[in-house]
Design a protein around this ligand. Structure first.
Ligand code: FAD
Length: 294
């Protein structure tokens, strides 16, 4: 059943959403659809579908989000980045989303592409401009990104929070965080943004780290710090893939349980097209996340 995420977030019972990413080429399309089918069977509150940084996979994002919502009956959230596209190109994607009855969009700037002059005329500079633009199209529930440890481009966290406040005031309904591995960083961020008057729902983004080799790249991209407790897990299990997977799932589960115990009821899991990881987390939470919303 289609639904606006801002309404789902009014539900006070704990619930989980998952994220998948579209294939880079058409060849990978079926395997992503199959992962989406398995993750949808877990009845998450919604599934988000990321958007290729260069805009090249936009069609896949729209098609996969449409499959999740219109064929599988699970609310979908389509990511949309604007940094590598003209305003006309972005407007075309918004029209496609409308035509497929997708009601939820995560409005993002995307990483600035190297080597290009930025922004070119008729391009967006910040996500806040995209939020304003989507808002004028009407009918969408709009989410945005936020960074508990600060966005890598902004030197001072307080400036980042000031920019976030402006983005929220442009019309966001909720924000989802970059991954973090120490819940205290999230609690501190929440305190600081509430103090600045950002009162919309904040969904913590939890990334189960199940592969030590991919971890370095993930951490570099996200800028997230690794607590000593997780470093010990990596030292002990990093060379044993199955043990690392089990430990990574347990660590993510532990973060989620702590968040729920502290009153955070909506948690977004970066499940990375891996249904077995989403399934293991839901199994671990079977007595905690009982209420499937739909
Ligand atoms: P913005 O909100 O525009 O912020 C970017 C930077 O500009 C920040 O440093 C901010 O402080 C600064 N800033 C904002 N406004 C102003 C202003 N008025 N004046 C001065 N500085 C300002 N990337 C993808 O390519 N595809 C995805 O699907 C995707 N999904 C994501 C989902 C989540 C939950 C998160 C947290 C990130 C995601 N990203 C994705 C990565 C994201 O695109 C990058 O982090 C990007 O660099 C910033 O995007 P933003 O929307 O946060 O930008």
């Amino acid at each position: 059943m289609a639904c606006k995420i801002r309404d789902t977030l009014k539900n006070k019972n704990p619930h989980i959403s998952f994220e998948i990413f579209p294939p880079k080429t058409e060849a990978g399309f079926d395997s992503v659809l199959s992962a989406a089918d398995k993750i949808a069977a877990l009845k998450p509150s919604f599934i988000s579908v990321t958007y290729g940084a260069g805009g090249g996979t936009s069609k896949n994002t729209v098609n996969i989000a449409s499959h999740i919502q219109n064929d599988l009956g699970v609310t979908s959230l389509a990511h949309l980045t604007c940094v590598s596209s003209t305003k006309e190109e972005v407007h075309r994607v918004i029209e496609e989303l409308k035509a497929k009855k997708i009601e939820n969009v995560l409005a993002l700037r995307g990483d600035i592409p190297g080597g290009n002059e930025f922004p070119l005329p008729n391009q967006y500079r910040y996500a806040s401009e995209l939020v304003e633009d989507i808002k004028t199209q009407g009918g969408f529930c709009i989410g945005g990104a936020c960074y508990p440890e600060g966005h890598v481009e902004t030197e001072h966290k307080k400036d980042d929070i000031m920019h976030l406040k402006h983005k929220v005031d442009c019309g966001l309904d909720f924000i989802t965080t970059q991954m973090f591995f120490d819940n205290n960083i999230f609690y501190n961020f929440l305190y600081r943004i509430r103090e600045q008057g950002i009162m919309i729902p904040v969904l913590p983004g939890i990334m189960p780290i199940t592969n030590a080799k991919n971890m370095k790249r993930t951490l570099k991209l996200s800028g997230a710090a690794l607590p000593q407790r997780f470093v010990a897990i990596l030292d002990r299990f990093g060379e044993e893939p199955e043990a690392m997977k089990q430990a990574g799932i347990a660590y993510a589960t532990d973060q989620i349980i702590d968040l729920i115990a502290n009153g955070i009821n909506h948690i977004h899991v970066y499940s990375m097209n891996k249904p077995e990881i989403a399934e293991a987390i839901m199994r671990n939470l079977s007595e905690i996340v009982k209420d499937t919303i739909y």
